[in-house]
Design a protein around this ligand. Structure first.
Ligand code: SF4
Ligand code: SF4
Length: 118
């Protein structure tokens, strides 16, 4: 999968459009993230697993489930209700991973990395 790095000395700054929380697909969660998110939402892990996760499409692990419109189960309006403990996959997009055509669906803009020359 092609990756588009930000221009030199910049990073893609999220504009909080929430598009990446709305498109269909897996939101991968690791065992450690499950522990952290379950505690954050006040559930035991078995209950959290049953209520909020499913098998990933590649069957290689677990994903958060989605709402009827394919948006992530933890998207509420324009907010992520687990923002403080959201999965690494969510934190890493689009700076550490993205895909061909991602800029047509993501409003992130390149801004200078602090402390580095532009
Ligand atoms: S699609 Fe891009 S700009 Fe929109 S919330 Fe996700 S990372 Fe931020
Ligand atoms: S966990 Fe939060 S940031 Fe990640 S897709 Fe769901 S709503 Fe978006």
């Amino acid at each position: 999968m092609a990756y588009e790095a930000p221009p030199p000395h910049t990073y893609w700054k999220c504009q909080r459009c929430t598009a990446c929380c709305r498109w269909p697909g897996d939101v991968k969660v690791s065992p450690e993230e499950i522990t952290e998110i379950a505690a954050f939402v006040g559930l035991g892990e078995p209950e959290f697993l049953q209520k909020y996760t499913r098998l990933r499409t590649d069957r290689a692990g677990l994903s958060l489930i989605e709402q009827a419109d394919d948006s992530c189960i933890f998207l509420n309006g324009n907010s992520c209700v687990i923002n403080a403990v959201k999965p690494q996959q969510c934190r890493d997009f689009p700076n550490k991973w993205n895909f061909p055509g991602w800029r047509q669906v993501c409003e992130a803009i390149p801004v200078p990395v602090e402390g580095e020359p532009c």
